[in-house]
Design a protein around this ligand. Structure first.
Ligand code: C5P
Length: 407
């Protein structure tokens, strides 16, 4: 959540049961290093008290445009100028109607109207499914978006009223990711990125198989960073226990052959292919339909292996990659001689960019250091969290993309 560190967020609450989630959102924002100034409408204060929000944000809550505390008595001006972003969560149907009309009869709508041009305004809708589906509501949110607001998704499921459908407010963790992503430069807007991540699992029988060390954390971090940078992202993941990053299309696979098939099925729209997966080099030549049993004789089973397809090399050899329409990035997990081994691998795989890391120093960990090798030379990204390395790598890739593909 590096993009939230040091940011000042004006968090506006309007009337809705989802106000209880905003208490948690406020806490998550402050834990991520942001300062939070809460503004509540009169309706919001029916659902949760300003006392709670003051305690969580560490700042007195504003509820009225007539609040006499500011020396200049212009809370709406001061608050909107100080904010790095204004987040309305929950954003009620009524508040969206106000925004659409440019009304300003209480502090929160007043400060939204008074916000300087370009100041980010994020809306997290929350309401009953019929209210959300109503053409007037859809029209109002569309108008707010046209006027510069970013309308976040709604969740789907059980609602406080007992009905089920679209219109719930996103969960606090989801909102946090969306707010953080709003601060990421959109270097990959309009691009499509395909990423492999995690290990593959090559089954030997119904209960056993061979696999590689890989938590998937680096690949998932790159997927999240690419998405935050505005790309459409498909993540082909081997068996890992990682949550799917917001807005990323995830395709789960087991074996290298499954992974290759999934990659080929999703390759057509891709501008960038990033292979972070630790693909098993071999798979058992025969799959035993029943568990291979110890028979007590002490004889060992005879296992034969065949080589798996090289997914990265296969993709790099496609016409689109060779013509420069598909930018391919490989990874190399080495245990020594990173520069020499990774440089050789770049040429062997036929990719413009190869990212080397020392495998044993990073497996399963939350941080890593990377060595980027391209036709011009090498460039180190020093040890940092995989999340921040994901963002740094996305920026490096964006910088290297052929300009004609940028349009
Ligand atoms: O040959 P090696 O496994 O060291 O190459 C690592 C790079 O190639 C990584 O980017 C990995 O995702 C990719 N790879 C692949 N298919 C394989 C083996 C590796 O895509 N069968």
């Amino acid at each position: 959540m590096q993009h939230l560190h040091g940011k000042h967020i004006v968090l506006g609450l309007t009337g809705g049961v989802a106000c209880y989630k905003s208490a948690q959102l406020c806490r998550l924002l402050t834990k991520a290093g942001a300062t939070v100034q809460v503004i509540m409408t009169e309706a919001a204060a029916q659902f949760i008290t300003p006392v709670t929000m003051q305690a969580l944000s560490g700042r007195a809550v504003f509820t009225s445009q007539w609040d006499a505390r500011p020396d200049n008595n212009m809370a709406h001006i001061n608050l909107s100028r100080q904010a790095d972003a204004i987040v309305i969560a929950p954003c009620s149907a009524d508040f969206a109607a106000k925004l659409a009309q440019g009304r300003a009869d209480e502090l929160l709508s007043l400060l939204c109207l008074a916000r300087p041009y370009g100041k980010p305004l994020l809306l997290a809708p929350a309401m009953n499914r019929e209210m959300w589906a109503h053409p007037a509501t859809q029209r109002n949110f569309a108008q707010a978006a046209q006027d510069g607001a970013q309308v976040l998704d709604v969740g789907q499921g059980e609602q406080a009223c007992g009905e089920t459908g679209d219109g719930r407010m996103l969960e606090p963790e989801e909102l946090l990711q969306d707010i953080a992503a709003s601060f990421v430069p959109k270097r990959l807007a309009g691009r499509s990125v395909l990423i492999t991540a995690g290990p593959t699992f090559e089954a030997l029988d119904p209960v056993r198989g061979i696999t590689n060390h890989s938590s998937g954390k680096m690949g998932f971090a790159i997927a999240a960073a690419a998405r935050a940078a505005g790309a459409a992202v498909t993540l082909v993941a081997g068996p890992v226990h990682q949550p799917t990053p917001r807005g990323v299309q995830r395709v789960n696979v087991q074996s290298a052959q499954d992974m290759l098939q999934a990659v080929q099925a999703h390759l057509a729209p891709a501008d960038i292919f990033i292979a972070t997966a630790a693909v098993a080099d071999w798979r058992p030549a025969h799959y035993a339909m029943q568990k291979i049993k110890k028979d007590g004789s002490g004889d060992l089973p005879s296992l034969a292996f065949v080589e798996n397809p090289d997914i990265l090399a296969t993709v790099a050899a496609t016409e689109r990659a060779k013509n420069g329409q598909l930018y391919c990035v490989g990874f190399a997990a080495e245990s020594e001689n990173l520069l020499a081994n990774a440089s050789a691998k770049r040429l062997r795989k036929g990719v413009p960019l190869l990212v080397g890391n020392i495998g044993p120093a990073t497996f399963g960990q939350d941080d890593n250091s990377l060595l980027l090798i391209d036709g011009q030379g090498s460039h180190a990204l020093p040890r940092a969290s995989k999340i921040s390395l994901g963002h740094a790598l996305v920026a490096e890739i964006a910088r290297r993309l052929p300009t004609e593909a940028a349009n």
